[in-house]
Design a protein around this ligand. Structure first.
Ligand code: NDP
Length: 255
């Protein structure tokens, strides 16, 4: 019985922002657990190369190159999946950007862009997915939050506002969709080795701060999210709803 708890055979997972970084690693893990994957990103060439890499390993992969801030493109992508007979059973709202600037230097457009990419996108894509999951009576939504879902940090305020919003969006989805057999949970990664953080990894002062501040004394690897995303996507988590699980080497728990 335990072995089937993590089996995703016959399920389809849409992972936004999965051409690289954390999304790519989570897509790989979900595929290895048996899921068909819908990869997403804005850079079509990068998306194709990630998809081809996975196909070469024998996985079934669709490409959905849309910008998560473009509502029309999101609706068109879902319509295309509908037409192809592809039903999304698992949605991972992962696409995101970060902008480092003090509040007084931020333009309103910059503020809106960070909120739209990291938070509004999860609402719109979640809504489109849930409209299709509700009639089927099942579905798993996994939103990617952050340490900043709980903790503020100077120079990334719109990002922290968006990620704090992800925590409450997840709870709202759980509250409304639980009765339809849909679960919504969130993952809060710590400081992970991806393109988003490359400048910070290369900065010796910041690198030393991360290592000193994290009980694990190191940055996280993208593949270290796989077990948590598979758990939240799988039958194993059937009574877990509305939670935010940190995968952060212990950082959120200590001063
Ligand atoms: P990366 O910058 O490495 O990758 C971002 C991914 O998102 C790429 O696939 C990119 O596509 C895609 N993307 C960006 N903007 C859009 C958009 N408008 N529409 C569609 N796709 C888009 O980021 P990470 O992998 O580091 O981060 C992934 C998520 O995890 C983000 O939500 C981030 O906030 C969160 N996170 C990351 C942490 C970290 O330490 N790295 C810590 C906590 C949370 P393309 O290749 O086409 O540009």
């Amino acid at each position: 019985m335990a072995k089937n708890l993590f089996d995703l055979t016959g399920q389809t997972a849409l992972v936004t922002g999965s051409s690289r970084g954390l999304g790519r690693a989570m897509a790989q893990g979900l595929a290895e657990a048996g899921a068909t994957i819908v990869l997403n990103g804005v850079d079509a060439a990068r998306l194709k190369s990630a998809a081809d890499e996975m196909r070469a390993e024998g996985f079934t992969v669709y490409e959905a190159p849309f910008d998560v801030t473009d509502e029309d493109a999101i609706k068109a992508a879902f319509a295309k999946l509908d037409a192809a007979g592809v039903a999304v059973d698992i949605l991972v709202n992962n696409a995101g950007i970060q902008l480092r600037k003090p509040i007084v230097e931020l333009s309103s457009d910059e503020w809106r862009k960070v909120i739209e990419t990291n938070l509004t996108s999860a609402f719109i894509i979640g809504r489109e997915a849930a409209k299709r999951m509700i009639p089927r009576g099942r579905g798993k939504v996994i939103n990617i939050g952050s340490l900043t879902s709980e903790l503020a940090r100077a120079t990334v305020t719109p990002y922290t506002v968006a990620k704090g919003g992800i925590k409450m969006l997840t709870r709202g989805m759980a509250a409304e969709w639980g009765e339809h057999g849909i679960q919504a949970n969130a993952i809060g990664p710590g400081y992970m080795i991806t393109d988003m953080n490359q400048a910070l990894i290369d900065n010796p002062t910041f690198d030393a701060w991360v290592k000193a501040r994290t009980p694990a004394r190191r940055w996280g690897r993208p593949d270290e999210l796989i077990s948590t995303v598979v758990y939240l996507a799988a039958p194993a988590s059937s009574y877990v709803n509305g939670q935010l699980i940190f995968v952060d080497g212990g950082m959120a728990s200590v001063l």
